[in-house]
Design a protein around this ligand. Structure first.
Ligand code: ATP
Ligand code: MG
Length: 264
């Protein structure tokens, strides 16, 4: 396995010998990853190779399932998220997750965007409704949705937004809490080509400000929309390199086979 080496303080997510079992089934084998700050890293590999499992482990969503066991460490900004003193609320503030199916809450567009901020801000922080208006506007502008929804902010988000708009909203609602890391698990796979292009463009826009780990089945998307790329196969990291190098001169035969469409 080749991992890209960097200074400690440039790493957003680091996994150290991460192994994960669902019951008796081992899904991850000694996964060692260093996901850099401020860039987009895509994660590719055939169905079932463990991409979502890695993402769900970083966010500690997996532990809801009683039968999941993990060994090794996962650090977000150099802190092991499985340490006893880590609070889930704090972790969720640092790490935002976007899923395959856009899942806005069945409340207004406005409330979707401010929801996380209200939950995570400290009780003694003075936030006026004008402040909240500003936060909502800024987040919606950031995801290029403001012009579309500014006249219907109080409408239910689940009512008349297209899938593309819903996914943009799901990204917008993460921004007010200022997460360091955004995990995206096939965020465009439910969208049509136009929606995919729009959301991809938006993800690219967020580059630099956030550290983004983007799972995708879409090879063209990985190639267009990421700086570095991780290729996984059967629970292991096979290769992690600059995206350009991965697609032009893959180091491993398994990688070449996959990107040339010979399996998965
Ligand atoms: N909740 C679960 N309980 C048991 N096994 C699971 C669970 N979730 C995933 N697995 C298994 O773990 C392995 C990795 O699954 P995972 O969902 O991480 O793969 P993936 O790379 O995201 O696949 P896909 O591209 O289809 O989304 C698979 O064999 C899968 O069947
Ligand atoms: Mg998956």
């Amino acid at each position: 396995m080749s991992t890209t080496q960097s200074d400690t303080n440039e790493i957003a997510i680091r996994t150290k010998n991460l192994n994960l079992w669902y019951g008796n089934f081992q899904a991850l084998f000694d996964v060692n990853l260093e996901i850099k700050k401020g860039i987009i890293t895509s994660m590719i590999g055939p169905s079932g190779c463990g991409k979502s499992t890695v993402l769900r482990s970083v966010d500690r969503i997996n532990e809801r399932l009683g039968y999941v066991r993990i060994t090794g460490a996962i650090e977000v900004l150099d802190k092991n998220v499985y340490d006893a003193d880590v609070e889930l609320a704090q972790l969720r503030k640092q790490v935002g997750m976007v899923f395959q199916r856009p899942n806005p809450l069945p409340i207004s567009i406005y409330d979707n965007v401010i929801f996380g901020h209200r939950i995570h801000r400290s009780p003694d922080e003075k936030v006026t409704s004008a402040d909240e208006d500003g936060i909502v506007e800024a987040a919606l502008k950031r995801v290029l949705l403001w012009d579309k929804v500014k006249d219907k902010l109080k409408r239910k988000a689940t009512l008349d937004l297209s899938l593309e708009e819903r996914q943009k909203l799901c990204i917008a609602r993460l921004l007010p809490v200022k997460p360091a890391v955004l995990l995206m698990d096939e965020p465009c796979s439910a969208l049509d080509p136009k929606g995919t292009a729009a959301v991809e463009e938006l993800i690219w826009e967020l580059r630099g400000e956030y550290s983004i780990l983007l799972v995708t089945h879409n090879m063209a998307q990985a190639r267009r929309a990421s700086d570095e790329c991780v290729f996984m196969l059967m629970g292991k990291v096979v290769e992690h390199t600059k995206t350009e190098d991965m697609f032009v001169t893959p180091a491993r035969k398994e990688t070449a086979d996959y990107i040339e469409g010979r399996y998965g």
